[in-house]
Design a protein around this ligand. Structure first.
Ligand code: SAM
Length: 400
């Protein structure tokens, strides 16, 4: 009985104490589950802290700060638009990063070589020791792709682009590092090109700027995003170009491309869906880290692998494939490429060679920060003074 009385007194004390808790801070028992729920952005940060602190080591704290800060844009100049744009942009203090190259930077003899998968390896890994003396033809960067950026540490924002007298916008705002995969793809005069995951269209637009492509096929499995892509193309590319035989817009499942069109394209861009690290840290809407998308997130590496394999099959022998993501994740970047090289050989008899993109990174090291010592591909890592990326890219050449 005495114990019962004690308990009742204790309960009353707790009740009294509740009176001192401001009403807005009181939580009903039945809402306790909701109280512990974390927003997707927080879950993303926890996930990145756990994985990238291991993967990037002492680089992670500075990359983390940059990822959580406002990103920088580049203005991809639209050659189809007519207007006194370049002078305007120069007057605002920005410069074409394509012309601000590091002339001093020459690839070393080791960098000049190409990591190859031509030599038979027994597992999926591609090691530095598998260096092939055969070198891919040097990159010839298109002089027609122009992307303007503000100087390092200058965080001025671009004004929205204005239409010219034909209604075409003068520039497209995008992460300037996203232009690098398009440059690395090295499109040449008369090429047939496939952009397998193209929406909303920034990279397709950059590829069109080369004015070298004979035929461009832009595809995205999402119908709503394909409509967005169409809208972008209509705002930047003249109508006659869009209805010509030069461009095809489709909305197929890219993983099945090999079933439709094999051994066809000179160049294939495989810019896959990924954890979009920057977006996942700042935006709760449509966030891949939300609780109801756990399965989708876990399946990403498999989807990426299937898309890359389909892109490899779509390329013609001698053709080149560029795999890119906007995540720092090793399991979505290097691991996917390694496995694709292995499976292309084992399942389809396709031998691939990995292109050395180090000359490209050396050339643009005034503008971007690149991850040091990746064993496969190259990656722009965010930095407060040059807050672009992350962008991972790896280029493969089909030998057979
Ligand atoms: N390349 C685009 C650009 O520069 O604007 C961005 C592409 S975004 C990173 C990845 C795209 O892949 C999304 O638009 C998504 O709809 C598309 N996608 C997802 N699964 C796909 C699939 N199975 N086949 C084709 N596209 C797919």
């Amino acid at each position: 009985m005495a114990l019962c009385l004690d308990t009742r007194l204790l309960l009353r004390k707790v009740k009294d104490l509740r009176c001192f808790t401001p009403r807005r801070n009181r939580v009903k028992e039945k809402w306790a589950a909701a109280r512990s729920k974390q927003p997707p952005t927080r879950l993303a940060l926890q996930h990145f802290d756990a994985t990238y602190s291991v993967q990037l080591g002492k680089l992670w704290p500075s990359v983390r700060v940059a990822l959580l800060s406002e990103k920088k844009y580049g203005a991809l100049l639209n050659n189809f638009s007519h207007g006194p744009l370049l002078a305007d942009l120069h007057a605002q203090g920005c410069r074409d990063f394509m012309t601000d190259t590091d002339g001093e930077a020459q690839p070393s003899s080791e960098q000049k070589s190409v990591v190859g998968s031509k030599q038979e390896s027994t597992d999926a890994s591609v090691k530095k020791s598998e260096v092939d003396s055969q070198q891919l033809s040097p990159l010839q960067l298109s002089p027609n792709i122009k992307c303007l950026v503000f100087q390092r540490a200058d965080v001025t924002r671009f004004k929205p682009a204005r239409p010219d007298m034909h209604g075409l916008l003068g520039y497209y705002l995008m992460d300037a590092a996203s232009v690098l995969p398009c440059l690395a793809l090295d499109v040449q005069e008369g090429h047939n090109v496939l952009d397998l995951c193209a929406a909303p269209g920034g990279k397709s637009l950059a590829l069109l700027q080369t004015q070298a492509i004979r035929f461009l096929c832009v595809n995205d499995s999402s119908v709503s995003r394909t409509m967005r892509l169409q809208k972008v193309l209509h705002s930047y590319v003249p109508k006659h170009f869009l209805i010509d035989e030069k461009l095809r817009i489709t909305s197929f499942d890219g993983t099945r491309w090999g079933e439709i069109e094999r051994n066809t394209f000179d160049r294939v861009l495989v810019d896959v869906p990924c954890t979009t690290d920057r977006h996942s840290l700042i935006e709760n809407d449509n966030n891949i880290f939300s609780k109801n998308r756990v399965g989708e997130r876990r399946r990403l590496p498999q989807l990426q692998l299937e898309l890359l394999l389909a892109g490899i099959e779509a390329a013609c022998p001698g053709g080149e494939i560029l795999y890119s993501t906007c995540t720092l994740s090793q399991s979505q970047n290097q691991s996917v490429v390694e496995l694709a090289i292995f499976l292309a050989r084992e399942k389809h008899g396709i031998h691939l060679q990995v292109a050395n993109l180090r000359p490209l990174t050396q050339m643009f090291r005034n503008t971007f920060h690149f991850a040091p010592d990746l064993h496969l591909g190259e990656m722009v890592i965010p930095h407060l003074a040059a807050n672009f990326g992350p962008i991972y890219m790896c280029k493969l050449k089909r030998l057979t």
